[in-house]
Design a protein. Structure first.
Length: 303
């Protein structure tokens, strides 16, 4: 089976690597640029122009499944081309919270709702699924998400989400709108890639597939970070949805808006879902990494 992975962000490359290393499927990496590094590692790559439907159609010829990490109008064009090329299945760039809880056209949307609507309209020709994994562990990486070649167009620096593990400060959306403790699910990108690749062998894809490394309250997350770093976060600014909505209304800085909107989404439970998650139950042989292990290992060399 020929599987196209669109984009060369850290997640796309982990998925491509897993397909290449652990399956007999053929993987094709779609990128706007030549990728000599990937080609030299044996990957088949195709340069594409998202502005040209013939370029997209040419790239998707003979492709069974597309895994997209590309957002915005580029992804909408990729979906159109996939339908024209009779691609069987398409996984859009989701890999975060439950789609039903996302706000269309919000600062976090990046035309993902438009992509879902388009995919729904083509459901009789092409299956699609949203991989729902919650927050990537890598948001807490040394150097932030950006150090993992992901999130170039969002607030993705070190300390941009909840906790600054270098300076041990935190801004934590711990309460939901009912003043109860908010919860979230988190997964390492490596485990996301493992589940995505497992799902390639499923005969049919449901419209959503959840997978999870760990589920916890934001309050427990703050405690866990302190344990892994050997000292507590201090100070911690506790946040709730109404405070966050107010902050959002008075901020004009786009990076700040994204940070606040992501905290608001967390407080509202957008990254929370029932566990054991769907793919964890389907593939109990996939052993996920704990956040405790990941954080301790990742920050071991940083005092
Ligand atoms: N759960 C989480 O915590 C979390 C956090 C961040 C992201 N995500 C998810 O991860 C996926 C990737 O996110 P991302 O923020 O890295 O997406 P992105 O900035 O849109 O980049 C993804 C890929 O899109 C391609 N691309 C196509 N047109 C582009 C353009 N005009 N500008 C920049 N890149 C373009 C790039 O590949 P080429 O340059 O090779 O063409 C790039 O590797 C999404 O599904 C997102 O929802 C999840």
């Amino acid at each position: 089976m020929r599987v196209a992975v669109a984009g060369t962000c850290g997640l796309a490359l982990l998925i491509a690597q897993q397909i290449q290393d652990s399956t007999s499927h053929q993987v094709l990496v779609l990128s706007r640029f030549n990728q000599p590094n990937l080609t030299s590692q044996g990957y088949q790559c195709q340069v594409i122009d998202y502005g040209s439907s013939s370029s997209l159609r040419h790239a998707l010829m003979g492709v069974d499944t597309v895994i997209s990490t590309v957002t915005g109008s580029a992804q909408l064009r990729l979906i159109d081309a996939a339908v024209q090329c009779r691609v069987r299945r398409f996984a859009p760039a989701e890999f975060e919270g439950r789609p039903g809880l996302q706000t269309p056209n919000s600062i976090l949307d990046r035309k993902k709702s438009a992509a879902r609507t388009l995919l729904r309209s083509h459901a009789s020709y092409m299956q699609s699924t949203a991989f729902v994994c919650g927050i990537f562990y890598e948001r807490f990486a040394v150097g932030g998400l950006r150090a993992h070649q992901i999130g170039a167009r969002i607030a993705s620096g070190e300390g941009d989400y909840i906790a600054d593990l270098r300076n041990m400060t935190a801004v934590a959306p711990i309460y939901d709108s009912a003043d109860a403790l908010s919860s979230l699910c988190l997964t390492s990108m490596h485990d996301v890639a493992k589940f995505v690749v497992k799902s390639l062998d499923m005969a049919n894809w449901p419209s959503e597939m959840s997978l999870c490394g760990e589920r916890m309250t934001v309050h427990s997350l703050i405690t866990l970070i302190g344990t892994c770093r050997g000292r507590p976060l201090n100070p911690v600014e506790w946040q709730n949805p109404s405070g966050l909505q107010y902050q959002l209304s008075i901020t004009s800085n786009p990076t700040q808006q994204q940070r606040i909107a992501t905290h608001l989404a967390t407080a509202e439970g957008r990254y929370d879902f029932a566990t054991p998650a769907y793919l964890n139950s389907m593939y109990p042989d996939v052993v996920v990494m704990s956040l405790h292990h990941w954080l301790t290992h990742t920050w071991a060399a940083v005092p």
